[in-house]
Design a binder for this molecule. Sequence first.
Ligand code: ADP
Ligand code: MG
Length: 353
Amino acid sequence: MAGIDIEGLSTVYPNGVRAVDGLDLSVADGEFFALLGPSGCGKTTLLRTIAGLENASAGKVRIDSTDVTRLEPGKRGVAMVFQDYALFPHMTVSENITYPLKVRRAPVAQRDEAARRTSEELSLQGLLERRPGQLSGGQQQRVALARAIASEGKVLLLDEPLSNLDARLRLEARTFLKKLQRDLGITTVFVTHDQAEALALADKIAVMQSGKLRQLGSPREVFARPANTFVANFIGSTPMNLLDGTIEPEGVRLPGGSLPAATGSLPVGASVTVGVRPEYLTVSPSGPGLQGVVVVTENLGTISLVTVDCDGTLIGATVPEEDEPAPGTPVSLMAAAPRVLLYDKESGELLAQ
Ligand code: ADP
Ligand code: MG
């Protein structure tokens, strides 16, 4: 088992695209680590640079404390699962799984044992003699995982392994993957553009934008305390409210009223962007806070998202499904001070509070 340390890492493609731009991060031994960000932000490039499939233009990659920046892929001790699985179509499942061991000239007995063990771990018994074309998408995905695990790398790199599965299968595969990673205890870097997947699976999340790291933290931290408005916008199943506000002695002035906030040393009258998640706003028929009128409600299962017009600004809040107010109802919105985050209006960075 091993950790990964990335220091000042940049990967620039020959056409000049700086896909990874001065990145620093560490993945702890045994951690399930998610690289999260919108399409094109450099996730695949970062993973491929860790694996040695792309050359770092600057900086270092260390695996298990060894500098591997200039090592060829086969010598880094990494196992990678590609987004399209990259199975060999002419080989059987068993041959696919044991291919990396064959390349390393492992004895046949060791290869057979690896095929038997990983096919058990990944519920592929009975499929070992089939070819990839005779498997479902979910089965192909498990073969790709089995091949990576059988190669006994120190770290597992997964590039959007669930993105080719349909919604229902994807949820099952997600649970399966989490359990497998926990059972094996192998350091895993998992790429996804799906924030819900990252929140559900990861011990730690790195949120990327344009090749740069925008926040590193636990799922709880990136959800409850986004470090900037980019992360605030990107994380969460319901969009975080980002509102124009003005600092008051005990909080912030917003459309429709005021909310308490830890304003620290910010001067009264200063303009800020106020971030508050719909999940942290309570809706009552009347009371302190923001006054508004319900415009529309959306049922999200056990909760409803209520959109409230406060002085012409639309603000979202969630309520238990059974407490859903009817459109046209006057309501008050309130949040606890620690849930009301203040961001710099220009840079979008969280202001120290
Ligand atoms: P992600 O996996 O987050 O979608 P990528 O790492 O694939 O992002 O791409 C990051 C950036 O690098 C994008 O602007 C993409 O167009 C560019 N890019 C990716 N692969 C190459 C390549 N082989 N040559 C040139 N540019 C590339
Ligand atoms: Mg990608």
